[in-house]
Ligand binder design. Structure first.
Ligand SMILES: Nc1ncnc2c1ncn2[C@@H]1O[C@H](COP(=O)(O)OP(=O)(O)OP(=O)(O)O)[C@@H](O)[C@H]1O
Ligand SMILES: [Mg+2]
Length: 227
């Protein structure tokens, strides 16, 4: 099976080599759990391997994302260079609409040969709809459209509850994969942890494992327990 390596240390091992091609993954987590960093590193590592990527932001401005990632990953010295050469594009839709998001995605794939995409976040997509049922119908159609694209998409989903209390959303059912990011309370300290909750088409680790966001990238401590 063809796979795409996330490039995140330890994660590809947990995924038995990577994410199956054209599978779309929900990156699920509460505020500050590292969703943006995690997704940005996936694009960064792709860009370094010759796979262009697009980060579609509906919340923070593109410039703020780039600045934060430069501050977060100080040892990724060439972020700006990759952005300037369009190997990583960070875009916000002109109009606050799902069609605008689709347009960016399709343009990036056609014009820029993007193989990796991040949508930050589906929670903001949801905010475009007055009616929950309308959102559900549209997001299902949207995932059907994604299946036709030659691209691996990460879609960030903001968790409604803290710690490990996962409230399942429509995205959990329709995404091919789910990676949950946590900021767990451990006796007054916050510990970062993640788990691969599902990944269609491949076996994977089901362990809850600690991770750290370091200046030279995220480290997932495979085989370690969260204390
Ligand atoms: N320069 C930095 N060095 C070390 N850690 C940082 C730095 N900047 C941010 N962080 C940590 O990373 C966290 C934010 O990571 P990130 O933006 O990836 O999370 P997020 O899940 O996308 O957050 P949000 O829900 O706000 O979008 C911060 O809350 C902080 O703990
Ligand atoms: Mg974020």
């Amino acid at each position: 099976m063809e796979r795409i390596k996330t490039g995140i240390s330890g994660l590809d091992e947990m995924l038995n080599g990577g994410i199956p091609l054209k599978r779309h993954v929900a990156i699920f987590g509460g505020p500050g759990t590292g969703k943006t960093s995690f997704s940005f590193e996936y694009l960064y590592k792709g860009a370094k391997e010759g796979q262009n990527g697009v980060y579609i932001t509906l919340e923070e401005s593109p410039e703020s994302i780039i600045e934060n990632m430069e501050a977060q990953f100080t040892e990724f010295k060439d972020i700006r260079e990759l952005v300037n050469s369009n190997k990583i594009t960070v875009s916000e839709p002109e109009k606050f609409s799902i069609d605008s998001v689709i347009e960016i995605l399709e343009n990036s794939i056609v014009k820029n040969n993007a193989k990796r995409a991040v949508i930050d976040s589906s929670t903001m997509l949801r905010a475009m709809f007055d009616n929950e049922n309308e959102y559900r119908r549209t997001i299902v159609e949207f995932f059907n459209l994604l299946k036709t694209l030659e691209c691996n998409v990460f879609i960030i989903v903001e968790a409604e509850s803290g710690d490990r209390g996962v409230k399942f959303e429509i995205e959990h059912y329709i995404a091919d994969g789910i990676i949950n990011l946590y900021n767990l309370d451990r006796g007054g300290n916050r510990v970062r942890a993640l788990e691969i909750f599902k990944m269609r088409g491949t076996n994977h680790s089901r362990d809850l494992v600690p991770f750290r966001v370091e200046p030279n990238g995220i480290k997932v401590f495979v085989g370690e327990k969260v204390f």
